[in-house]
Design a protein around this ligand. Structure first.
Ligand code: MG
Length: 250
């Protein structure tokens, strides 16, 4: 990653485990009129590459229903919520109870593929550790259901990097509504303007803006021109540097 030299330089200094950091309180660094205290991480496409596990889950679900879907067809549903995807495959006449139970089945299948088919995205582990070293509070703030968040965090063994896991699955409105990020800030005990959101989604970038938070966008999933509402856009977390993060709060 872009700051590996500096990080290696820091490796020699005493390193507190996460629970000690929390016990000592949060250190902050004043940068102009904003202070970065917390980082809200989107999960899919930012921390974890979950695409293949979702594809496998949809394939198995559709096979159970006697249907098949190609990778190209799957790509047309990328980023859509389950009800919209189900209506695309089965039509608008689908009953609400079928949408609910079939969606639950697909997500249960997804979780069976998580341990073998989900991996951390480039730089994610390193920057999560960096956030801990700097004493920032950190949360996952994802539209996905909590069971999925827990499954991914457990599979990647990154639970110690977070103070909270926040799911927006049961919120009345999903991203671009800012509710999931505002809940994340509340869960971490910080003000919205003290948060940095890391996102790869168009609606996620918009949600961060509406929440009054700084936003770092990754072009993991969408091209930079579609993420123009972000304060900073990088290709992936390996392209990020401490200087770029600090400049967001200067
Ligand atoms: Mg995402």
């Amino acid at each position: 990653m872009g700051t590996s030299g500096q990080r290696q330089g820091r490796a020699g200094r005493p390193h507190s485990p996460p629970h000690d950091l929390r016990a000592c309180g949060v250190t902050t660094e004043r940068r102009g009129n904003r202070v970065l205290k917390a980082i809200l991480w989107d999960m899919d496409g930012v921390v974890a590459d979950t695409e293949e596990a979702h594809l496998l889950a949809w394939r198995q679900f559709l096979a159970e229903q006697g249907r098949s879907v190609t990778a190209e067809q799957f790509a047309t549903t990328f980023g859509m919520a389950n009800p919209a995807i189900l209506r695309q495959w089965f039509g608008d006449a689908l009953r609400a109870e079928d949408i609910h139970s079939w969606s639950a089945r697909k997500e249960a299948l997804f979780r069976t593929f998580v341990p073998t088919h989900v991996r951390a995205l480039p730089g994610a582990r390193e920057w999560l550790r960096w956030g801990r070293e700097r004493g920032y509070r950190q949360a996952i703030a994802s539209s996905g259901e909590m069971a999925n968040i827990v499954a991914v965090v457990a599979a990647l063994e990154i639970g110690n990097q977070f103070d909270a896991l926040v799911s927006g699955a049961f919120l009345p409105r999903s991203k671009p509504d800012p509710a999931v990020f505002l809940q994340g800030a509340a869960a971490l005990g910080v003000a919205p303007e003290e948060c940095l959101v890391v996102e790869d989604g168009i609606v996620g970038v918009e949600a961060a803006r509406r929440a009054g938070m700084r936003c770092l966008a990754l072009t993991t999933t969408h091209p930079a021109e579609k993420l123009a509402g972000a304060d900073l856009i990088v290709h992936d977390l390996n392209a990020l540097s401490e200087e770029l993060v600090d400049a967001l709060f200067a």
